[in-house]
Design a protein around this ligand. Sequence first.
Ligand SMILES: [Cu+2]
Length: 313
Amino acid sequence: MPVRYAACVVTAAKEAELVGANRPNRSRSRVVGRVLGLGAMGAALVAVLSGCVRTVGEVFGGFGWPEVGISDQSAQMYDLWVGAVITALVVGGLVWGLIFWCIIRYRKRGDELPAQTRFNLPMEVLYTLTPFLVIAVLFYYTVTVQTDADYLSPDPDVTVEVTAFKWNWQFGYQRDGETVASTTGTTEEIPVLVVPTGQTVQFLLHSNDVIHAFWVPELLFKRDVFPGPQLQTRFEITIPEGNQGAYVGRCAELCGIYHSMMNFEMRVVSPQDYAAYVAALEDGLSQADALLSIGQEPYAITTEPFTQRLAQG
Ligand SMILES: [Cu+2]
């Protein structure tokens, strides 16, 4: 070992010993104070950001998230995504800042070995606890949103039975557990799923052949649809009053040659129009005539039957 290097090691060891032995209690309490201060700042930041997630999301285009969506559940998912991205950016900014600060502040200034310190307990507590705090907050919000998105009311306002088959959809409108009216898509007519605003709508999903997946992009949600007598998946949404309209629905599971054309349309109407629509179907009206009877477009406006598209090439 070169003499100069050995001397440095001895000096450093002595310095470390001195630092460890003589560190004043005052400096330790100052570090603890800083840790507590940082924790308080973090808590304040979380509180401020949680109040303005929607605004930040709008400014930055949802950080890649499609849109806010049309259901209460999709709005929660959007807020979770934007909040998680903001948290990641804050943590990233802090880490990058500390890295560059260390690089500049403690850059090499000569050949003398700097004071060697170790076992900085407050610092170790800080970088152990902080990630746990971040994970705990993200975990809390994720579980909350997931629980709400998966929540099933024991007695939903509206229940619709969705049956998927190669390559179309059937929608059965239930009352007291019994299907009272249904519509089925054909190669000439896109099936239209009518649901009301302001009410809990529960979907009972089942397939007649292979695995499909029920997906309305604007709900920011999709759920697999399985075959088999006992296999039924469910999910529930509530759509606020201002989101009436027509939204395309798709199959999101590769189920066969015409999978990409297995579309439907979800028509969101007022509760009164929904009741009138189901009553019209019960009276024997076709899907188109029942839609016309509540002042809606009789045929799908967001997608077309696939036979036309096949014919067009
Ligand atoms: Cu499918």
